[in-house]
Ligand binder design. Structure first.
Ligand code: HEC
Ligand code: HEC
Ligand code: HEC
Ligand code: HEC
Length: 169
């Protein structure tokens, strides 16, 4: 198993140019939020309800051509044709990690582009130049985009040992 994993990593790394940070792997294409949906239905629905999924809607037709607005409201629209603030705006392009056997391996996923979004990443958009009246409170704002509690609950339930069969009478 370990051997197979190393082999997979070697192949993937041969095609992915190494970067100091996984998120900087520029060649990893975006697969789009619909591709994450099948395996992460709970995360997807929570994101759908969040403002991030509709960030492009806050821009007028003219502003949708303005790179100054797109940089936060749809950072991947022009280069990769994915709109609004999508899964991969935060988690990194999924071309190499959004595959079942890679995703199940936390280490391998990160080697090939899965990013762990940090407070610093939020602040790259939620900064002094965004229109909020109040300063960005990371802990509070993180709660408002929760799309992991249900994901983790589902996973915990799935990994629970099956109940012992009822004794025969
Ligand atoms: C083919 C199914 C599949 C697809 C497609 C998929 N994932 Fe996953 N993902 C998984 C599995 C399986 C795990 C392991 C945890 C689990 O069982 O829920 C996982 C784990 C994760 C984790 C947690 C990783 C960790 O180690 O903490 C994140 C974040 C994640 N996926 C994001 C995404 C994003 C973003 C996309 C779309 C670009 C995506 N996934 C597409 C199956 C998938
Ligand atoms: C530095 C990142 C950034 C840039 C650049 C940016 N925005 Fe925003 N914008 C945000 C954030 C973050 C919010 C959410 C603020 C909040 O509610 O706390 C926001 C909110 C908005 C809202 C309010 C949406 C609502 O639901 O109330 C509008 C409208 C808007 N932006 C338009 C624009 C326009 C037009 C431009 C270009 C001139 C632009 N933004 C550029 C980050 C940015
Ligand atoms: C604004 C940034 C952002 C966006 C957009 C976003 N995520 Fe996340 N995601 C995060 C952060 C931050 C965490 C970790 C939260 C924590 O651990 O407290 C997370 C956690 C997760 C997890 C759980 C990881 C685990 O340990 O179980 C999954 C799965 C996931 N995201 C998938 C998605 C999918 C799928 C989408 C799009 C439908 C998406 N995310 C959109 C920032 C984002
Ligand atoms: C690529 C830029 C970008 C990143 C990265 C980003 N956001 Fe946002 N966020 C936005 C924009 C733009 C809006 C406003 C959407 C709208 O209403 O048009 C927004 C809105 C929000 C909102 C709803 C408005 C509010 O302030 O209550 C929350 C909550 C939020 N973001 C939390 C986060 C958190 C937490 C992170 C980091 C894990 C994060 N965001 C990362 C661009 C970003």
């Amino acid at each position: 198993m370990r051997k197979q994993r190393l082999w997979i990593a070697a192949v993937l790394l041969a095609v992915v140019p190494l970067a100091p940070r996984a998120a900087e792997i520029v060649s990893a294409e975006l697969v789009g939020p619909e591709s994450c949906k099948a395996c992460h239905p709970d995360a997807y629905s929570a994101w759908r309800l969040s403002k991030h999924s509709r960030a492009i809607d806050s821009l007028s037709a003219q502003q949708r051509n303005d790179a100054r607005c797109l940089s936060c409201h749809a950072p991947d629209l022009r280069t990769r044709n994915v709109s609004s603030v999508s899964c991969e705006s935060c988690h990194g392009g999924g071309q190499y990690y959004a595959i079942d056997y890679v995703m199940k391996d936390a280490e391998l996923s990160r080697l090939v582009g899965l990013a762990d979004p940090s407070e610093k990443d939020c602040r790259s958009c939620h900064d002094a130049s965004s229109p909020s009246l109040r300063p960005f409170d990371f802990v509070e704002k993180l709660k408002l985009i929760d799309h992991w509690t249900q994901e983790r609950a589902r996973r915990a339930a799935a990994s629970e040992p099956a109940p012992a069969p009822a004794p025969k009478k």
